[in-house]
Every structure is written in C-alpha cells, then in structure tokens.
Design a protein around this ligand. Structure first.
Ligand code: NDP
Length: 276
C-alpha cells in the first residue's frame, strides 16, 4: 500500500468512519474522507492532515444520486479510480431497547439502498491491481440471517436469502418492501421480523445479503481485475449512533473494517467478519 492507493470512506466525518479514514491513512494510503456536510467533512480532513496524513475531503451523500454521480466523476478525473471503498455511512433511530419503526423507510433507504447505490456506482471505477480492489460494507451482527435471537421468522424466506446461487437483488428489495408495507399498515409487529432494532437489523441483513450477491457477480472477473467485497460488524461502539453507550472505542470499532480492506493475499469475498 502506498500514497498511490486511493481509499474512499463514506460517512467519515465522525465516529467509526473517521477512525477508519485515520487508520487507512496511517498505513500510507491516500484517503478520500467523505461526508454529506461540507463544513464538518472539511474540518475532519483538516484534523487528519495536521497529523501528517494524506487525507482529502469530498462531499458525498449516499442517498443523493447527484451527489454520488458528481463524487464519482470527480474521483475518476482526479485519481483515475478507486482501490479501496469502505461503505461506512449509516443511521439508526433507536437506542437501548427502543424499537420504534417511525423512521424505517429512511433507515432502509440509507443503510441498504444508499450503500447499494454507492457500491454500484463505484465498482466500474475500481482499478485493476495484483492485490485486487477491495470493498468493505460496515454492517452489523444484528443483520445476521441466522442470528439465534434476532432473525426473520419465515424459514422459507431465510433459506431463499441464504442460497447464494439463487439470491437476487429483487429478492432483497422485495423483502425490504414487504416490511415497509407492513410498517405502513401496522402489521409488522406480528410479521415475524427481527425483534431487536427491527428496521436497522433488516437494513443490515440486506447489506449482508447484498455483499454475498455482489461477491458472486464479481467472481466472474478475470485475474488482475479482481474486486473483493466483504461485510463486517464493528462491535458495539461508543459513538453518536449508540448514544455513546457501546462497549468499545471507535478506534477498536474501526480495526476490523480497516484490517479487512487491507488483508494481504486476499481471495476472500462475500463473507461477514467480526473482531477480525
Ligand atoms: P455515527 O452516527 O457516529 O456516524 C455515522 C456516519 O454516517 C456519520 O458521519 C453520518 O453523517 C454518516 N451518514 C449518515 N447518513 C449519511 C448519508 N446519507 N450520506 C453520507 N453519510 C451519511 O455512527 P457510527 O460511527 O457508530 O456508525 C458507523 C457505521 O457503523 C454505520 O454503518 C453503523 O450502522 C455501523 N455500526 C455501528 C455500531 C455501533 O455500535 N456504533 C454497531 C454496528 C454497526 P452526519 O454526521 O452528517 O450525520
């Protein structure tokens, strides 16, 4: 890895994303720290640059198509492409044992649809290299398909989502839409959805499934043009998202995503990681 390696981190103005940006830059990469708010993003990048790191800011809001397009055009023009993409941006509206679905649409639109759209836009920009380009999706254990305590009740649907050969974007989208329809008519409570942080858990389940699906599609790329995509859980981290109630620091939370992005001799794709 060198300053010629271009890494993009979404939602990097604070929390785990800021730390991922710092850790990748400490490895000598050029990091493009992105944020939806220009002022806070520029300030975050300035702090890292003052520490001697190669960090550049660019605006990026993952739910805004124009923002994604203008970011991608800029990165192509300025750097010729991307080597590492960390999709970290995400939202949650529940802390502790609250389980409101008031913002379910927004949560799925950001965590799943935004992450998917950003990944789709970035893949054509991923540069061919001997190491292979890397995409990491910062997800959550709450989105595990077969988590013991927090999973979809419908066994047939779980099996469909688990079968990577038949898994499709349509199946993931249909599952999310079915949940959102039930949110609208109030039937979601008895709909057999995960019981803990329901909207957030489902959004991350979709992210995990999307990682497996995309890994399957990308596996057709020839040697030299390989792109590896994996997802991970940062742990329960003390950030704004958890109301600073987590167990670990953002530094520890960023460890697995940064490590996963830089794994040497990587041929692993479509997998879920936690604590390395
Ligand atoms: P924070 O709330 O501290 O940071 C979230 C970041 O995402 C912020 O920079 C936020 O920007 C950004 N963001 C939100 N929406 C958008 C958008 N539309 N476009 C671009 N950026 C956006 O949370 P964390 O650092 O804790 O979370 C980082 C990731 O880790 C998330 O994906 C989260 O789901 C995941 N995660 C976190 C856990 C934890 O315990 N903290 C546990 C498991 C997973 P802004 O400042 O403008 O709001």
């Amino acid at each position: 890895w060198s300053a010629k390696t271009i890494a993009v981190v979404t939602g990097a103005n604070r929390g785990i994303g800021f730390e991922i940006a710092r850790q990748l830059a400490l490895h000598g990469l050029t990091v493009i720290l992105t944020a939806r708010d220009i002022a806070v993003g520029e300030e975050a990048a300035r702090v890292l640059r003052e520490g001697g790191l190669k960090v550049v800011f660019h605006q990026l809001d993952i739910v805004d198509h124009e923002s994604i397009d203008s970011f991608c055009a800029w990165v192509k023009e300025k750097y010729g492409g991307i080597d590492v993409l960390i999709n970290n941006a995400g939202i949650s509206y529940n802390t502790g044992s609250d389980n409101s679905v008031e913002f379910a649409e927004k949560v799925i639109k950001t965590n799943y649809v935004g992450t998917k759209n950003m990944t789709k836009a970035a893949i054509p920009l991923m540069r061919p290299s001997a190491e292979g380009a890397r995409v990491v999706l910062v997800s959550s254990r709450l989105g595990r398909l077969n988590g013991r305590r927090n999973r979809i009740g419908d066994v047939a649907l779980r099996q469909q989502l688990q079968d990577v050969e038949s898994l499709s974007e349509d199946l993931i989208d249909t599952t999310m839409n079915k949940f959102l329809e039930q949110v609208k008519d109030g039937s979601w409570i008895s709909g057999g959805w995960p019981q803990n942080n329901t909207d957030y858990s489902l959004s991350k389940l979709a992210v995990n499934a999307y990682a497996r699906l995309t890994a399957r599609i990308l596996s057709e790329k020839p040697e030299g043009e390989r792109i590896y995509i994996n997802c991970c859980c940062p742990g329960w981290v003390k950030t704004a998202m958890t109301g600073w109630a987590g167990l670990t620091s953002p530094e520890e939370g960023a460890d697995t995503p940064a490590w996963l992005a830089l794994l040497p001799n990587q041929s692993i794709s479509g997998k879920f990681f936690a604590e390395r």
